[in-house]
Design a protein around this ligand. Sequence first.
Ligand code: 3HC
Length: 301
Amino acid sequence: KRPAGAPDKSLARPVTKVGVVGAGLMASQLALLFARRLEVPVVLTDLDQERLDKGVGHAHGEIDKLLAKGRVSADKASRLKALITGSLSKDAFAGADFVIEAVFEEMSVKQKVFAEVEAVVSDECVLATNTSSLSVTEMAAKLRRPERVVGFHFFNPVAVLPLLEIVRGEKTDDAALATAFAVGRQLKKSCVLVKDAPAFVVNRILVRLLAEIVKAVDEGTPIETAERAAAPLGLPMPPFVLMGLVGPAIALHVNETLHAAFPDRFPLSDNLAKMVAAGKTGVYRPDFTLDPEVVEIFSGG
Ligand code: 3HC
């Protein structure tokens, strides 16, 4: 059944090569998913060789895990590894039909990246953004062909979570949108078309919840108590564990975007900002004990 608002399938263009801008954790998960489900070459780009090697290495490491679990054959594992390559130059995107960006969540950075990609790809190539909360319309606005831009928002962990929010910008055309839905289906995701509104739909719900829990901790509720109080909500993981999975910097960024759009609904937390400024990647340490420095920040230290 065609998802609500999706254009006719026949408008979709074939995708034979994919580009991924960025080689961070999200980007490398995306590279693996595209290679595994589309079985086409996937090229990652980033600013330096170290990040690139790390991103490609992470995707290859995940393929080894799939092999060890018997989810892919040895033959398929080596084919997948060969499909995922890295390049420091966006020229390597020449011939790509679908490029997705997963770079730093800053509008000007994303606009610049898209302009650079547009200079090397064909007019038919779709440019997708995995932004968590920024406007797809604004991201496309300065391009020669803004009609090729779609929002393509995944959830962490990308390999496991089935939902994909697809966003139509003001100028997105039916061919780009139909291609996005066709790719989403090939990726075996459950695709929904959402409005180009701040943080789309899922993050509005999720961040509202997280922002209120963080606020309760700001106001003096101990972290352990807030986690226990949230347990009856039946979330797949406790809220502060989830914050570590998403990354506090991303959580803060989405919250700031939502606070700007709906100040009455999304409280800001100075303590969350302090935690991000201190370079903390979670409330919990890898052994799942609370990080005492984070606890100190939240107790006004
Ligand atoms: N990367 C890849 N695979 C992972 C993973 C990860 N980080 N974490 C878990 N998995 C895999 C496991 O390998 C396992 O796969 P298998 O069945 O092949 O062995 C499978 O997921 C289930 O894992 P577990 O049995 O260890 O654990 P759980 O059953 O507890 O599930 C979970 C783990 C899927 C992460 C679950 O806790 C969950 O759904 N958590 C909530 C995640 C969530 O809400 N994400 C959305 C964040 S918002 C977002 O991303 C948007 C952004 O814009 C901010």
